[in-house]
Design a protein around this ligand. Sequence first.
Ligand SMILES: [Zn+2]
Ligand SMILES: [Zn+2]
Length: 346
Amino acid sequence: MTTVAAYAAPAAKAPLERTTIERRAVRENDVLIEIKFAGICHSDIHQAREGWGEALFPMVPGHEIAGVVTEVGPAVTKFAVGDRVGVGCMVDSCRVCENCAAGLEQYCTDGNTGTYNALDRNGEPTYGGYSTHIVVDEAFTVRIPDGLALDEAAPLLCAGITTYSPLRHWNAGPGKKVAILGMGGLGHMGVKIAHALGAEVTVLSQSLRKRDDGLKLGADHYYATSDPETFTELRGTFDLILSTVSAPLDLDAHLSLLRSDGAFVNVGAPEEPVSLNLFSVIGGRKTLAGSGIGGIEETQEMLDFCAAHGLGAEIELISAAEINEAYERVLASDVRYRFVIDTATI
Ligand SMILES: [Zn+2]
Ligand SMILES: [Zn+2]
């Protein structure tokens, strides 16, 4: 075991503070990673404040991890000391169920092991990326291509894959009209990736406040959902709407924006159940779906795609001492578009 520095929430809703945690000794298939940067995801805040239910404390959040390998276990074959690597939202799964066998470890029927706020398969708590080091099995570690800066790559490990996976699954590409609902940490990556895939991209945001950014990042059109005219003008337009919004929505109104056979896919999740008039999907044979992160192989594919297209996240680099303030700003939607912690400041 090694003692390393970290930022942790000691209890639900308590401010995060500097502390130390134990990382396990490197096992056969493990890599020890010196974390360089860790993104702040909205779900870190949901969990540190128990918005999604009871959580484990102390909690070291962080599942957008970018760093460098400093030690490898004797059986490691994928990585060597000095490699630039990333870790996302999960650090293990059962590895044998039909979903794991299909490269969909995130949907492991036994449940994947979260990077933090989880118990690993030995019953030990997992601690995330707001820390100087982490020990992870090589099977759940991905390579960050040289073309990507580590700080801009960190958010790809959650925000990047969460948008890339459904955009690929629902065939965003040339000839397809794709709407990205919400222009935050997830949404801004959705715009970049959908554009790079060749789709015609529309941002649907509450206001036109971030319009210039959206167009610069690759959107072809930008509409405000607070304007009722938007729903009249865009009725029956989209092949795919990717919703990154975690606030309650008028689903019937948004489903009316799809063409026949179009899909409305949720990657943001409101804390409360939603209601729906089923005629909204019956007329036009529409699909209402959801999607969660992506498998390990697909996460690697996403990083390679982003490197090939020069797509990093738009970030605000902060020191560890600014984490609590950053949380408040995320809650106020006051970030363009992802906070990333320089872990050298922990
Ligand atoms: Zn996340
Ligand atoms: Zn499994």
